[in-house]
Design a protein around this ligand. Structure first.
Ligand SMILES: [Zn+2]
Length: 180
C-alpha cells in the first residue's frame, strides 16, 4: 500500500523565535511573533490517537505530539464546524435580542432613572466582556484542524499550518521588530 497524503499530517511543528531571524526580508507589517517550522514525518495510526515524538530542528528537543487517525481528525473537523454554526446562531440571537430590547425601550419612551442608568452600565460592561470572549472563541473556532496536537503544552512549541510561520499584529504601534 502506498503512502498517501491522507495518512500524513500536513501541519508542522513550530518553534517560536522571539525575533525575526537573520537574513529574513523585512515584512511590510509589524510582526508580533515568528516561528521556525519543521515538517512532521509520521504516519497516522489506523484508529484513535498515537504518541509521536518529533525532533525540533530549532532547539533539538524531542517534542511529544499526538497524531490522530484520519477518522478521528474528520470527526474533530465536523465538531468544529458545528461549533462555528452554533456560534453564528448565538450571534444572530444576541443581535435580535438587543434590537428587541432597544425597540421595546424606545416604544415605551421611559426616561432613565438612576437604577436604569446603573443597569445600562452593567449591561455595557458585560457586553464588552462578552464581545472580547466571543472574539477569542471565534478565533479559536476558525483554526483549521489536522488531528495533530502537542502531548503537553509547551512555552515555545506549537502545531501550526504549513507556511504560517508568523503571527501579525496589525493593531500594534510597537515597532521593536522593525515595523513602522
Ligand atoms: Zn524547539
Amino acid at each position: 500500500m502506498s503512502v498517501t497524503d491522507e495518512t500524513r499530517p500536513t501541519f508542522e511543528l513550530g518553534h517560536r523565535v522571539a525575533q525575526r531571524p537573520e537574513g529574513v526580508a523585512e515584512p511590510e507589517t509589524p510582526v508580533l511573533q515568528w516561528y521556525e517550522l519543521h515538517p512532521i514525518v509520521a504516519e497516522r495510526p489506523a484508529e484513535g490517537e498515537a504518541g509521536t515524538p518529533v525532533d525540533c530542528g530549532t532547539c533539538g528537543e524531542t517534542v511529544d505530539c499526538l497524531l490522530a487517525s484520519t477518522a478521528l481528525r474528520d470527526s474533530r473537523r465536523v465538531r468544529r464546524r458545528r461549533a462555528r454554526y452554533a456560534y453564528r446562531a448565538g450571534q444572530v440571537l444576541a443581535l435580535v435580542a438587543a434590537a428587541g430590547a432597544f425597540a421595546y425601550g424606545a416604544a415605551k419612551g421611559t426616561t432613565m432613572s438612576g437604577a436604569g442608568l446603573a443597569l445600562l452600565v452593567v449591561v455595557l460592561v458585560g457586553g464588552l466582556w462578552a464581545a472580547s470572549f466571543a472574539n477569542d472563541l471565534a478565533k479559536e473556532l476558525a483554526e483549521p484542524e489536522d488531528g495533530l496536537r502537542l502531548a503537553t503544552p509547551s512555552a515555545v512549541h506549537e502545531i501550526r499550518p504549513p507556511g504560517r510561520d508568523r503571527d501579525y499584529d496589525y493593531h500594534s504601534g510597537d515597532s521593536t521588530l522593525g515595523g513602522e
